[in-house]
Design a protein around this ligand. Structure first.
Ligand SMILES: O=C(O)C(=O)C[C@]1(C(=O)O)C=C[C@@H](O)C=C1
Length: 278
């Protein structure tokens, strides 16, 4: 059985992403941090890891870009999940009783408008993940606190749903990457994640991006990530998609001539944003 590391516990969105991506019996290895998730892959203690990389409301998880590079991990796939957030508490607790709310920081960010409108005075507590926040509420049984998470965690930890769909925007999607220690060349790859650095002179980045245009490669995402210890310097991460693999290979060949370093983090089959709606 494949062993998959995720940050958080059973009932978290990461666990859900792992179950849906592999769609077979898997052993989920619960971790306390994104760093320990990456360490487990690096030291061969798990086969794969699932790592959130961006959310359509909260934006990119920059630290995770850095971790993938630091641990030299390979991206072998991706999955998008439609994220719905819910307010939950132990039975008997009413919205007017709530003074404290627990969840993952990214989940809290996704509900900021709702929290400002309905719970402007509540103290927000950042937990390891949404599911452990739900479990905490379930174990401690506070009469003045609630957690934010998915419906599955409410069910698993026997909490009452006080409000459903509290995220700021209903089109709330998180993209998760599937990571391994070694990449495999996938024949049905139609997307790649690359990173590179360019010099500080005019047109340096535009020159690289133009290569993709010329070769009819779609630039799906561009993200600059600070180089730690070198202020004002960035690694440029791009996700590119193609119809014709040959065009992609030619583009890479060309790009190599104008960047100071290029790493292909992974070539994989692109995930479908609408498939895994809750
Ligand atoms: O807290 C969880 O349940 C998670 O899986 C973490 C996480 C994240 O890291 O962004 C995953 C998906 C949602 O965007 C909210 C939180």
């Amino acid at each position: 059985m494949k062993r998959i590391a995720v940050q958080g516990i059973v009932g978290s969105f990461h666990e859900d992403a792992a179950q849906r991506y592999f769609a077979e019996d898997i052993e989920v290895v619960e971790c306390k941090s994104f760093t320990s998730v990456c360490k487990l892959v690096d030291t061969d203690q798990v086969d794969y890891a699932v790592l959130a990389i961006e959310n359509s409301i909260a934006g990119s998880l920059l630290k995770n870009y850095q971790l993938i590079r630091d641990y030299h991990l390979r991206i072998i796939g991706e999955i998008y999940l439609h994220i719905q957030m819910n307010l939950m508490a132990v039975p008997g607790v009413k919205p007017e009783d709530i003074t404290d709310i627990y969840s993952h920081p990214v989940a809290l960010q996704q509900c900021v408008e709702y929290l400002e409108e309905y719970f402007p005075k509540a103290e927000l507590h950042e937990g390891m993940d949404t599911a452990s926040s739900a479990r905490f509420i379930s174990e401690e049984r506070p009469t003045n606190a609630a957690a934010i998470g998915n419906l599955r965690s409410a069910e698993l930890y026997q909490l009452n749903i006080l409000d459903k769909g509290i995220e700021t925007n209903k089109k709330n999607y998180t993209r998760f990457l599937i990571l391994a220690k070694h990449g495999n060349h996938s024949k049905d790859a139609n997307k790649a994640s690359l990173c590179f650095e360019v010099g500080h002179f005019y047109g340096a980045l535009a020159g690289v991006l133009n290569v993709f245009t010329e070769k009819e490669i779609n630039l799906a995402k561009i993200q600059s990530v600070p180089v730690v210890g070198r202020p004002n310097e960035y690694t440029i991460h791009v996700d590119v998609e193609w119809e014709n693999m040959e065009n992609y290979e030619k583009a890479i060949h060309q790009v190599l001539k104008s960047v100071s370093s290029l790493a292909i983090l992974g070539e994989y089959k692109r995930g479908d944003i609408s498939v895994h709606d809750q």
